[in-house]
Design a protein around this ligand. Sequence first.
Ligand code: CA2
Length: 140
Amino acid sequence: MKQLVIINGPNLNLLGKRETAIYGSQSFEDYLPQLQVAFSEVSITYFQSNHEGALIDKLHEVGFTAAGIVFNPGGYAHTSVALADAIAAIPAPVVEVHISNTFAREEFRHHSFTAQKSKGVIAGLGLEGYRLALMFLLSL
Ligand code: CA2
């Protein structure tokens, strides 16, 4: 069975609890089962961490065997050369997803180090972006 991995970065454990006007009212833990039913022919695993090193370790752990990775690096997208290096170091294709339209927000959110090393980026489509990213990765 193909393995697809969803990785969420810092503060995304608060989804559905705070800032619902920007990020929506559903937690990722509530949304994940819907994805697992919709993509029942593949294994979808989920990991979230607020720590840069833990995210790097996870990319290294799954990045040599997974068929693809959906990665929302959160604020680290705009700051982390180390996460960009980790994406570049693994063979698995990575699609970066942002729930909000980062290009319609503050200037500092317009640049992403991690996007530069990813296969593609989806931003601004809410949680639907994760589903679309999985569809793309399955089509490869
Ligand atoms: O839009 C996205 O998915 C972001 O990756 C979310 C990050 C932000 O720094 C990026 O620029 C864009 C922030 C995640 C914060 O998540 C929260 C969710 C609920 C309540 C508070 C924060």
